[in-house]
Write a protein that binds this ligand. Structure first.
Ligand code: NAP
Length: 497
């Protein structure tokens, strides 16, 4: 894929036939009210498609269809080994159409084509295949009941599940939600972010082609504030799985309480602590400190935006990270050599600019970046930006900026490093760098996050759960633990005469 040039990708983009309709009951359809919303390319501001803008009436229809499919048992009662075959076939079709899907994701999100071909598409296919392959190896339980009884403990699908996902990793988060929810036999309604609906719409058709029965999966593009809210308040939806901001996550918990107490699992924001001790491999730590913040333009929930560095090396280490940050100057997402693309839109660019001002007003020193660039491109590009001399009380250390902005904070000893790391409303991910096994383990154990790296950042794969402590959420994506979010435990107690 990467032997293609920017021109090859541009001409493939010009020839793309983009599916822009909603997907309901195995068919692509316009929104019932006929409304559309334009989706734009963050790379150059071009319009990509007018996408169906679904409303509450589309949601009600999708719920009816999903409920009927669930009750029919066409998928929910299918043998796990047969569901596996459909999911594995679906993952193969995603791989077969890999270039097309990677291009859609690149255009719609502004992610570099090297990332969408190398990370997002393979990871989505792997997620779906892994969950499919796992589901016919899951056993239920028989409890240690008295001898004249038999007690079964089974995991059963929730029923109809709504999944609401964000714009920063649309394809990956879609796969993280759909793979375990479908593998466990649910019917699902997915609402992609309004900015980035295209990859989810495309892979829905491939699911049908792979043999997923009609009505089991619907994809409804539309506004979160109306369509998303309606799904979250719906009394005939049994489960809600969400990835997005902490603010909206809190709303969704309320909606669940105001409606039918649907099971609600949330993957939310973060302010990742990345702790570097003087005795670590400093060159590797500096490389990853830059990756941890600038990958995906900092629009990553797990981003290591707080670089917490031992004071004795801080000055030298910051110079090393500033040098590494130059590898992350933004470029055209269609160029295979680009490492960082644009911000998702002008609003996000403005948010980043506002935080750069706030950091300076708070007294932090701007040691790299700080400006919009490539304004002529029509996209919203921002330089990789580093603040040194940050105090953890500052807003740039406490609030999720969701852009390429790093805050460097000094520490004197391990205890202080842990205290700074844990002084956050978030607890999603972080890392510690040290060649002392005692320091590394003790610090990793004490930091309250769902995923902690030792001498790596962004480590992990499908075998481990992913999710947050504190206000970073309550659910877990990936691994067999994800199945828990989409199933109810049922006890059957049998007594013999
Ligand atoms: P967001 O504003 O919370 O939106 C996420 C999704 O929720 C979108 O589909 C949005 O629809 C929808 N939505 C908005 N308001 C809603 C409402 N009242 N009811 C129901 N749905 C509603 O988040 P975002 O800006 O797209 O994404 C960035 C956030 O996601 C960051 O905070 C980031 O940390 C977090 N994130 C977390 C993880 C994780 O796994 N922990 C992973 C990736 C991202 P519209 O698009 O129409 O607004």
């Amino acid at each position: 894929m990467l032997d293609k040039t920017k021109q090859n990708w541009r001409s493939q983009a010009d020839d793309l036939d983009i599916e822009s309709r909603a997907f309901i009951d195995g068919q692509y359809r316009d929104a019932l009210a006929g409304e559309t919303r334009a989706t734009m390319s963050p790379g150059d501001g071009r319009k990509l498609a007018d996408v169906a803008n679904c409303g509450t009436e589309d949601a009600d229809q999708a719920v009816k269809v999903a409920r009927a499919a669930f009750e029919s048992g066409v998928w929910s009662s299918m043998a796990p080994a047969d569901r596996k075959m459909v999911l594995v076939r679906w993952s193969e079709l995603i791989e077969d159409h890999g270039d097309e899907i990677a291009l859609l994701e690149c255009l719609d999100v502004g992610k570099p084509i090297a990332d969408t071909t190398g990370v997002d598409v393979p990871s989505a296919a792997r997620t779906i295949r892994w969950s499919g392959e796992a589901i016919d190896k899951v056993y239920d339980q028989i409890s240690p009941a008295p001898a004249d009884c038999l007690a079964l403990v089974q995991r059963l699908p929730l029923g109809v599940v709504a999944a609401i996902v964000p714009w920063n990793f649309p394809l990956s988060t879609t796969a993280w939600k759909l793979a375990p929810s479908l593998a466990t036999g649910n019917s699902v309604i997915l609402k992609p972010a309004s900015n980035t609906p295209l990859s989810a719409l495309r892979i829905a058709g491939l699911a049908s082609e792979a043999g997923l029965p009609d009505g089991v999966l619907q994809v409804l593009p539309g506004p979160g504030g109306s369509l998303g809210r309606h799904l979250a308040l719906h009394n005939d939806i049994d489960g809600l799985t969400f990835t997005g901001s902490t603010e909206v996550g809190k709303q969704l918990m309320k909606y669940s309480g105001e409606s039918n107490l649907k099971r609600t699992f949330l993957e939310l924001g973060g302010k990742g602590p990345n702790i570097v001790f003087a005795d670590s491999n400093l060159d590797k730590a500096a490389t990853f400190a830059a990756i941890a913040v600038f990958y995906n333009g900092g629009q990553t929930c797990t981003a290591g935006t707080r670089l917490i560095v031992e004071e004795s090396i801080r000055e030298r280490f910051v110079e090393m990270v500033v040098a590494k940050s130059r590898n992350w100057m933004p470029g055209d997402p269609l160029d295979p050599t680009t490492t960082m693309g644009p911000m998702i839109d002008a609003g996000q660019l403005q948010t980043v600019a506002d935080y750069v001002d706030i950091g300076q007003q708070e007294g932090a020193s701007l040691v790299a970046g700080g400006h919009q660039i490539m304004a002529d491109s029509g996209g919203s590009y921002h330089e990789p930006t580093i603040f040194d001399g940050v105090n953890n009380n500052m807003r740039i250390a406490q609030e999720e900026i969701f852009g390429p902005v790093m805050s460097v904070i000094g520490f004197k000893d391990a205890e202080q490093a842990v205290a700074i790391a844990n002084d956050s409303i978030y607890g999603l991910a972080g890392a510690v760098w040290s060649n002392n096994i005692n320091t590394a383990h003790k610090v990793a154990a004490a930091v309250r996050v769902g995923t902690m790296g030792i001498n790596n950042y962004f480590g992990g794969d499908m075998t481990v759960p992913f999710g947050g402590f504190k206000q970073s959420g309550n659910g877990r994506d990936k691994s067999m633990h994800a199945f828990d979010d989409y199933t109810e435990l049922k006890t059957t107690w049998i007594e013999f005469d």
